[in-house]
Design a protein around this ligand. Structure first.
Ligand code: HPA
Length: 272
């Protein structure tokens, strides 16, 4: 694994992906942000050695390097999920590569179901913490000592220092920002009413099918994570309604403009 990470990083450096400061993962229906990056290098996942290939239509499947809000960024337009059939090491391989290339901060975004009854579809939630409810962990197996410790702790995976900057950014661009705990579940089905109730009882505010594996490899490498969940549908056990994939993607698309503004302002403000 270490050899693969080094080899792919070298390959990307040769292609111009040099010294990124911030790594960004764009979730379901959120490629809009990618369009405002001043692109210096771009590759399709299929042209990058050892990268998996995205199977979800709403994910572009491109690695982009360039400038955004005065920062050198490397961005995944399209990520990988457990439900697609990948194992957790494969899912997180591109993230490890982006961080190995030198990114000092990881920004993740995702589409999520809201289980906090005060939330509304279309809103954005800043992730304060997570619960790993996925059936596995990318840190399983022989530890990659060159990247981080065998037993990383769970302290401030999403450091408050960066949460504060995100909240200030949201105020400045006048976008309401919720805060809460993200729980990752394997999917691909959305939850039953009973499951949404359970997830709420477990202490979560939103539920989705990604992000936690990526945050875990970042924590392993001692890289702070900033997470944004777009609430695309509400999981209210006593008010269950049919939810289509189109509904989820449409709501993600509606929030995209806000997310773009928010992340841009965040990048302008953050110092690394
Ligand atoms: N549950 C799980 N994952 C999701 C949801 C949901 O309701 N919405 C978007 N991703």
């Amino acid at each position: 694994m270490m050899e693969k990470i080094k080899k792919t990083s070298e390959f990307l450096k040769e292609k111009g992906f040099i010294n990124p400061e911030v790594a960004i993962i764009l979730g379901t229906g959120m490629s809009e942000l990618a369009k405002i990056i001043e692109v210096k290098a771009k590759l399709s996942y299929k042209d990058i050695p050892d990268f998996p290939i995205s199977t979800v239509e709403s994910h572009a499947g491109e690695l982009i390097y360039g400038e955004l809000a005065g920062k050198r960024v490397i961005a995944m337009a399209g990520r990988f999920h457990f439900y697609e059939g990948y194992d957790f090491q494969t899912i997180t391989f591109p993230v490890r590569v982006m961080l190995y290339l030198g990114a000092k901060l990881l920004i993740v975004s995702n589409a999520a179901g809201g289980v906090n009854p005060l939330f509304k579809a279309g809103e954005i939630m800043l992730i304060t913490d997570h619960i790993n409810f996925l059936p596995g962990n990318p840190l399983r197996g022989k530890n990659l000592d060159q990247l981080g410790p065998r037993f990383p702790d769970g302290f401030e995976v999403y450091p408050p220092k960066y949460q504060e900057i995100a909240e200030e950014a949201a105020l400045e661009v006048k976008i309401p920002l919720r805060k809460g705990v993200y729980l990752a579940i394997q999917g691909p089905n959305l939850e039953t009413g009973a499951e949404y109730r359970m997830i709420r009882v477990l202490g979560a505010d939103a539920v989705g099918m990604s992000t936690v594996p990526e945050a875990l490899v970042a924590k392993h490498m001692n890289i702070p994570v900033v997470g944004f969940s777009v609430i695309t549908d509400m999981g209210l056990p006593d008010h269950m309604e049919p939810v289509s994939f189109e509904y989820v993607v449409n709501n993600a698309k509606k929030a995209e403009e806000n997310l773009k503004k928010l992340i841009t302002r965040f990048l302008e403000k953050v110092t690394l």
